[in-house]
Structures are given as C-alpha cells and as structure tokens.
Write a protein that binds this ligand. Structure first.
Ligand code: NAD
Length: 262
C-alpha cells in the first residue's frame, strides 16, 4: 500500500521542473496520490502543462494568489472536477529584489505589503478555501526557511515573511484542528530554484551549506518531496502546527565545526 493511495493533492507553486512544488508533486504521485496543479500565470503554462501530463494530471489551472476572485474560481473548479481534496500544498513566495537588497531599514511599505500578501496571506486564503473541500484527516503544508528565526544577510523582508508564515501555520493548526485538518510547514535548506535565484544572499548560503551542515549534503527537491509525502499522509496523523527541518541538520548548530575537529 502506497503512502498516499486514494488521496487527492492540490499543489500550488510549480513554475518549472526545479520547483520544490514539482518535487512534491512527483513524490506524491509516486506515493499513489491523484495530483492537481496550480501555477501563477499564463506565462508559465508552457512549462507546467508538460510536467502535469508526465504524471497524468488533468487539473492544471492558473491562479494569481493576490486575487481573491481567481482563488475562488479555482476552488469552484476544483470542487466540480475533483470533488473533495485531502492535501493542500502551498509553495509560493515573492518579494521585489529592491526590498531584499541593501539595508533592512530601507524596506518599502509597498514592498512589505506585497511580500506579506504573496508569501504569507495567500496561505491563509488558500487554507480557508481548501478547508471547505476537505474532510477530517485532511492535511495542509507550506514551505518556509530558517531565516524566520535567524538573520541571513540579504534575506531581509522575506525572513520576516517566513516568521509570519510559521506563526500562521500554528494559528491555522489550532483553528482547523477542530475540523480534523492538520497544518504544517517544511523548513528547507537551500535548493537552486527560480525563487532562490531572486534571493541576493542565496549563492553564499548555497556555497557554504554543505561545508557547515552536520550531514555535509545539499538538499534536493526530492528530499522535500519525501518529507512532504510523509507529513501529509495518515502516518503523520498526530502531527500539526509543526515546522519540520529538512536541512541536513543545519539549524541545530550554534557555530560551524572547524575542520581540525572533524
Ligand atoms: P519556485 O520559483 O519554483 O516557486 C515559487 C513559486 O511561487 C513559483 O511557482 C511562482 O510562480 C509562485 N508565485 C509567486 N507569486 C505568485 C502569485 N502571485 N500567485 C501564485 N503563485 C505565485 O521556487 P521554490 O524555491 O520552489 O519556492 C517554493 C517555496 O519554497 C517558497 O515559499 C520558498 O520561499 C520556499 N523555500 C525555498 C527554498 C530554496 O532554497 N529554494 C528554501 C526554503 C524555502
């Protein structure tokens, strides 16, 4: 019996085959789930549709998560075509480069709002709509980063957004717990993706990661896919409101271990 046999997963955030959302979609498909995909804009369709076809997905809809009407129309289609859903995956974030570069104190008001809207509020909006299609046993997942807790140079406003996202996971977990729905986050180590290429400090983070992390190994989207499949399966039935680190142990360190001690 596969982990997600009989479950339907609605996954937001596939931009291309490097996307974490795609790693999750592939693994959930391998684990027996019926997968439905949503992507941000029509410009991405030519990349996303062939990926969807490769795993037999027919529900492939664009939805800009800053737009409530687009969200409602997507969930109306999901209700008609999928009926109920068991899993929601939110792998979405965005910030203008200007608001991540430079000094944190210079974050613009508009840039702050946009970052919070796309990277935090969208999870609450998707969760609210998804909950109406979920039965008890449903599971929701978002993607976060350790910059929510510790300062990473030039992660800036996105670090604040990830802190807000993790707090939203806890509030949603309590709110939706009464409906038997679980809500969790995976905190991923650095993975080369489109969104990551827009983070000014990413190259340095990536370069130094496998030297510092206890397991000395970089993270792949498949590592995230496996953890996501478990977290959204009935095997994790009593886990909610958590942030699960898939980061080769990076977050446990207070200071990197010098070469002479290894
Ligand atoms: P990605 O670029 O493949 O995915 C980001 C997605 O957000 C894209 O599909 C993009 O289209 C979507 N998006 C942006 N604005 C949107 C909007 N208005 N409406 C709908 N969708 C929108 O990059 P990724 O690295 O796979 O990012 C997925 C998630 O993982 C993000 O939350 C990111 O912060 C998080 N994450 C990434 C890393 C990493 O190193 N790559 C590490 C930790 C957490």
């Amino acid at each position: 019996m596969k982990l997600l046999e009989g479950k339907t997963a609605l996954i937001f955030g596939v931009a291309n085959d490097h996307s974490i959302a795609w790693g999750i979609a592939e693994t959930m498909h391998e684990e027996g789930a019926k997968v439905a995909l949503s992507y941000a804009s029509e410009a991405l369709e030519r990349r996303v549709r062939p990926l969807a076809e490769s795993i037999g997905t027919s529900f492939v809809e664009n939805c800009d998560v800053t737009n409530d009407e687009e969200i409602m129309s997507l969930f109306a289609k999901a209700e008609t075509e999928l009926g109920s859903i068991d899993i929601l995956v939110h792998a979405i974030a965005f910030s203008n480069l200007d608001d991540m570069l430079g000094r944190f104190k210079d974050t613009s008001r508009d840039g702050f709002h946009l970052t919070m809207d796309i990277s935090v509020y969208s999870f609450i909006a998707l969760a609210r709509n998804a909950a109406t299609l979920m039965k008890p046993g449903g599971s929701m997942l978002t993607l976060t980063h350790y910059a929510s807790l510790k300062v990473f140079p030039q992660y800036n406003v996105m670090g604040v957004a990830k802190a807000g996202l993790e707090a939203s996971v806890r509030y949603l977990a309590v709110d939706l717990g009464q409906d038997g729905i679980r809500v969790n986050a995976i905190s991923a180590g650095p993975i080369r993706t489109l969104a990551a290429s827009g983070v000014p400090g990413f190259k340095r983070m990536y370069r130094e990661f496998d030297k510092i992390a206890p397991l000395h190994e970089n993270i792949t989207k498949d590592d995230i896919g496996s953890a996501a499949a478990w977290l959204c399966s009935d095997k994790a039935a009593k886990t909610t409101g958590e942030v699960l680190y898939i980061d080769s142990g990076y977050n446990i360190l207070g200071l990197s271990v010098p070469d002479e001690l290894m």
